[in-house]
Design a protein around this ligand. Structure first.
Ligand SMILES: [Cu+2]
Length: 184
């Protein structure tokens, strides 16, 4: 249990090359399981498909991942509920994305990505590696643009963060304002 996360990630990655496809086909839960291995697209491949400039190599992650560039003006937003809204569970959350396309995880396509919903997350995840998958970081690897959330009564925060085909946030990251809602 003390294996460093990055090392275990690499091992998982080496062991699985087919999960990229699985990630895009399976249910949300399956996507979570596949999230880490799917991150694996080799940096070399990624590099060849993007502008090979000093800029793209400017912020190498600890894992050697080169982040996908986001076009200027790209923006994610939570269309609904509104910030400050009082709602009842289940809460329908509608995702919005401007200036980029929604694409399923595993589909390498310029200027695209899939949504991740950050629930009650106080500290943003590491942007230099695939996003974790857990109760507070929900992947929508099938390209979903809305969801229904079961939330306990009380206040909650929601924020969208786009990830590329490997679940890695773009450079710069495309994320929404963090909203606060009250669940009755
Ligand atoms: Cu993801």
């Amino acid at each position: 249990m003390r294996i460093p996360f990055q090392r275990s990630l690499l091992v998982a990655v080496i062991a699985s090359t087919t999960l990229l496809q699985a990630c895009s086909d399976n249910s949300e839960d399956a996507t979570k399981e596949a999230a880490a291995p799917a991150a694996n697209a080799p940096a070399a491949t990624d590099h060849s498909n993007h502008m090979n400039t000093d800029d793209s190599a400017e912020k190498p992650a600890a894992t050697g991942i080169t982040r996908s560039p986001a076009p200027e003006g790209a923006a994610a937003e939570i269309v609904s509920p509104a910030n400050g809204a009082t709602v009842s569970s289940p809460v329908k959350v509608v995702f919005g994305l401007e200036g980029m396309d929604v694409a399923p995880a595993g589909n390498e396509q310029d200027n695209s990505g899939h949504h991740h919903l950050l629930i009650d997350l106080e500290t943003l995840p590491d942007m230099g590696m695939p996003l974790p998958a857990n109760d507070q970081v929900i992947h929508f690897g099938k390209g979903q643009t809305e969801t229904e959330l079961e939330l306990e009564p009380g206040t909650h925060t929601l924020q969208l963060l786009l990830g590329d085909y490997r679940h890695v946030p773009h450079e710069p990251p495309v994320m929404s304002e963090k909203i606060t809602i009250t669940v009755e």
